[in-house]
Design a protein around this ligand. Sequence first.
Ligand SMILES: [Zn+2]
Length: 341
Amino acid sequence: MSVALIFSPQFLNHRTPPGHPERVERGEVMQKVVDAWKQRGGVAQEPRPATRVELGRVHSDRHLAIIDQTAGRAVSLDPDTATSPESRDVALLAAGAAIGGVEAMVQSRATRVMALVRPPGHHAERERAMGFCLYNNVAVAAAHALTLGMERVVIIDYDVHHGNGTQWIFYEDPRVLYISTHQYPFYPGTGAAEDVGRGRGAGFTLNVPMEAGATDGDYQNVFTALVIPVIDQFRPELVMISAGFDAHERDPLARMRVSTPGYAMLTKSLCDASDRHCHGRVVAVTEGGYDLTALKACLESTISVFDGAAAPQTSDLLGPSTRSKTAIAAVRAAQGNYWKI
Ligand SMILES: [Zn+2]
């Protein structure tokens, strides 16, 4: 597999208020990971900014105007989401990095691509910045894949938070299957198993809400019972990952217990699915992950898995609790009409 990373040093120029978890130091961790990858001879490229046309596929003109107006200023867009003078330009590059992943894939320059970006994107809705996110990077990239002729794109969002923005943007669109595992109830409040999509998109949103405390084994169980079988039935042409690492046991915001090998196991199962359906094509775009040690370890292990590392030993994983059973039952009840699970 050919692996490429996409990163810009400008991602360090988005500054959040003191004490904010989505902080510049996260960008410094990304920079270190990318530098180490390059030193080993790995390919890394710099993104271009997303264009207005590309953003306009998933965001309203009004939203784009609101973000444009933050250029050169520090603005509070919601209680969690603030800009610094350069944030708008940085966010354009973050969305452009996600697009670059899709373009690298389509032009056969790489099979597995990881865009290491900030600010993150999955909470940004068509018309609203929210939850540290200005533009919905992964949604912009998925929409780009559709315009390039793809008809089935799956986005797996294993960030600990539900990606409300991504869900709503594609809620009525059967071409983009959105699958999210998340702590529930939790911020942002959405992500019930019963929310399955609407109209022609019914069945193409798969929410897997899990109680706080879910372990590697719980995540493994829901992937084996739900996520992977649904991907296999969907037969994607491209696998995208909203790669948030805040379900990690070290994360300060959430209360899940996924280890670094646990995340590697999830990523490996998605890579294996991409091998079955779409020549191994995977584009990962970073989302959350607020413990710097865990973020670094998970970025490195994701890249290793992309580069062909074997799945971690089961003995390195924390076994399941009852939380996966409850989640699997709820999802089967909600999705039984749409998928054999
Ligand atoms: Zn998150």
